[in-house]
Design a binder for this molecule. Structure first.
Ligand code: ATP
Ligand code: MG
Length: 466
């Protein structure tokens, strides 16, 4: 059988079970309705036959009352035809037949009440009939009946049709359920297979799409998006741990060497120890800074902004940050100017935006001095665009060559030219992470000469989380 080839899972699948359940409910209701209809029809037909019989019995009773049972026999002789639907039997008080087309008194009707009985019209042709018996006062008996074989046949045929219909309906319904189950299972099997190989370690695998744009495709698409995100986080995590191992090894061993050197060379000179310890503390501070920046970047890339954004005056924030850096810029002989009007509002994470702006200004001060060193300037500006706010920090230093700009935004990347300056290479990657988190962008441009770092953030609307 075809159905035998289906796996056991198709029979236990949800669609099949649902189909079976709904078919069972449908059949039960249909059987109830059809049964009721059948019973009512049968009842009506029987009632019709019985009322006909009662009328005829009444008529014959009148004849008997008026002219005696002999006249009844005469009347029956006239009415009884061999093949007619009317069945009669008249017997005298001794039970001998006096008239009628029934060959004998039906044994089912020996008593007082009426009912159905079987009789043979021709030998071997048994038919069903219904009859009312009458016992006259002189002891003679009358049976008046009707042949209902046709009614019974009609009922039988109806029953067969209904049973067949129900059978076909059930088979079609179950086959449909099985088919739907198979189809659905095939797709779910694909999703399961993909999940298994992903769980086995192949994170690059994706759930196949059928292209039908239905719920299962939606599910697959969401799973794939989730996998993309997981893969991204995993590779980020791997990168961070690689970088930690690589980038912290050097400062840690430097710290250790400093401490060792101080112990070795210190002798009895307290001042030597003090200087050594101060250098050790400086190294440790650098390490802590690196750690903090690394943690912040990692947390930013893993997290979402929801619930941490608020509307604030971007111009005021940028001016505050710039003001904080002014003394340092002065010290380096750099003139720091801010061009930011009052009131441009933005909905964003205040702390992160201020950190990003601080990183850009810090870079401009650190790397923005012209070569050979001379007076330079840093221009910070806030510009309102249609949907975005643009924060630009421009210096007049050596800048970054076009091919290095993309790379400079990555974690731990420090360009050759700045190896001598302190830093971890995390500042710009933090700016990039802040931009990404706010659905904004960051780009490095040529300021001819110098670098112009531009952070574009969508203004965001209150409650949208961006
Ligand atoms: N304004 C700039 N002019 C020239 N080079 C720059 C400028 N800003 C950044 N760079 C280059 O890009 C590299 C990456 O910058 P980033 O801010 O990410 O790290 P960092 O400044 O070295 O360290 P940190 O900011 O973590 O202290 C810097 O090492 C430097 O080589
Ligand atoms: Mg920096």
């Amino acid at each position: 059988m075809v159905l035998g080839k289906l796996g056991a899972s198709a029979w236990t699948s949800t669609p099949f079970r649902l189909a079976a359940l709904s078919i069972a409910a449908f059949l039960l209701t249909a059987a109830g309705i059809v049964g009721f209809l059948f019973w009512q029809t049968n009842d009506l037909l029987t009632e019709q036959v019985l009322s006909g019989l009662r009328a005829e019995v009444q008529e014959l009773r009148h004849i008997e009352a008026a002219a005696g049972s002999a006249s009844v026999a005469e009347a029956v002789k006239l009415r009884a035809r061999p093949d007619g639907p009317g069945l009669y039997f008249v017997a005298d008080r001794n039970g001998r037949k006096r008239a009628g087309n029934l060959s004998r008194l039906p044994p089912e009707l020996q008593g007082e009440g009426g009912g159905t009985f079987r009789y043979e019209r021709e030998p071997g042709n048994e038919r069903l009939a219904v009859a009312l018996p009458v016992l006259f006062s002189d002891g003679s008996r009358l049976i008046v009946g009707r042949d209902i074989e046709e009614q019974r046949e009609f009922a039988n045929r109806m029953r067969t049709v209904f049973l067949l219909g129900f059978g076909l309906l059930s088979i079609a319904g179950l086959a449909g359920g099985l088919g739907a189950g198979r189809l659905l299972l095939n797709r779910i099997d694909q999703i399961n297979a993909a999940s298994r190989s992903i769980m086995a370690g192949d994170l690059s695998q994706r759930v196949p799409l059928a292209g039908t744009k239905d719920e299962l495709d939606n599910l697959a698409r969401n799973l794939n998006m989730m996998l993309d995100r997981i893969e991204q986080l995993m590779s980020g995590l791997r990168e961070v741990s690689d970088n930690i191992a690589h980038d912290l090894k050097t400062p840690l061993s430097r710290l250790r060497n400093r401490a060792e050197a101080t112990l070795r060379d210190g002798g009895d000179d307290c001042a030597q120890y003090r200087a050594g310890l101060e250098r050790v503390i400086e190294e440790a501070d650098e390490l802590i800074k690196t750690f903090n920046a690394m943690l912040l970047v990692a947390r930013l890339e893993a997290g979402a902004l929801e619930g941490t954004v608020e509307p604030f005056d971007l111009g005021a924030l940028v001016r505050d940050v710039a003001e904080f850096y002014e003394p340092v810029a002065d010290e380096q002989g750099l003139e720091l100017t801010v061009d930011a009007g009052d009131g441009p509002e933005i909905v964003a994470n205040r702390h992160l935006v201020s950190q990003a702006v601080a990183n850009l200004i810090d870079n401009a001060i650190k790397y923005g001095r012209s070569e050979p060193p001379g007076p330079g300037s840093i221009a910070v500006s806030v510009t309102e665009l249609a949907n975005d706010m643009e924060i630009a920090v421009a210096d007049r230093g050596p800048g970054i060559s076009a091919e290095d700009r993309e790379r400079a935004l990555k974690r731990f990347v420090r360009l050759e030219a700045s190896r001598t300056k302190p830093g971890t290479g995390l500042g710009l990657s933090l700016v990039a992470a802040v931009a990404r988190l706010h659905h904004g962008t960051v780009r490095l441009e040529d300021n001819a000469p110098g670098l112009r770092a531009v952070l574009v953030l969508p203004r965001g609307r209150a409650g949208t989380g961006a």
